[in-house]
Design a protein around this ligand. Sequence first.
Ligand SMILES: [Zn+2]
Length: 339
Amino acid sequence: MRATVLYGPGDVRVEKRPDPTVQAPTDAVVRVVRACVCGSDLHPYRSMPVTPEGRTMGHEFIGVVEDTGSQVANVKRGDFVIAPFAWFDNTCEFCREGLTTSCLHGGFFSETQAEAVRVQQADGTLVKAPVGEDSALLPSLLTLSDVLITGHHAAVTAGVNARTSVTVIGDGAVGLLAVMAAKRLGAERIILMGRHQARTDLGREFGATDVVAERGDEGIAKVLELTGGHGSHTVLECVGHMPAYEQSLGVVRAGGVISRVGVPQYDQASAGRSLFGRNITLTGGPGAQRKYVEELLPDVLEGRIEPGRVFDRTVSLDDTHEGYRAMDQREALKVLVRP
Ligand SMILES: [Zn+2]
């Protein structure tokens, strides 16, 4: 099969790799119908050390089951399935609490920009969707693999509801879908911090009531002005860089919650008096939870939400390098990959 491999900064190649096979009785092989490029893929795309072996790329996909191991009972050949960006058994003590990203027998995908994927723990991981390969819903279903469930995780862990004001930091796909998730959970005041107008316009359509294009101290001052000088009850940090975290500290209200779902590109950050003195809660993390896919799927199937609007470009698998380039250059918000 063909698969996307990164060899170093900017060096994306699509090359032949061995076809995935069932190796354990709990495995399935899924033929990829749609994959995509994630904002988090851009971190290694920009800074990965050059390596002669390369590393396979991608963690988001939807597809059709081609083969299953002898113990797989919930999906069968021909089923259309959604995979969140982690795999898990859905039976261990963490999975039973809903935290499938901490599954004792799980892991994270890193090979899905390809023609097919080996899915470990297929019964726990894969969620069936009653659609065909030509469904107009494919882009929206693909967001259940990462960007929508990640935005939803930010909103859920922050405790967003009808009584909380919300500030979303970041106008990438996760930020825009965090707006959608906050709106879906009942938030009435949603401030979106982002400076790309085409993106923040989409954010307004998803439910943002205010847009703040300024960053740093100026951006913080704007949010404080919009919130009576006190800041926002909940802050959904959807970027991962230090300035976005510092901005979160600046716009959160006393007693509020910051939830981070952008993968932090730092190890050290201010977490002493900046959080303590004002009773701030810091939460967030990877949100590849099965319950989110199951909860959000009906809204997508019935057309109540259309998260697939974040995709503004499609490339063939052979042109995946062009998808990375377009996202890196901010020409594209999110790129769909079609094997
Ligand atoms: Zn588990």
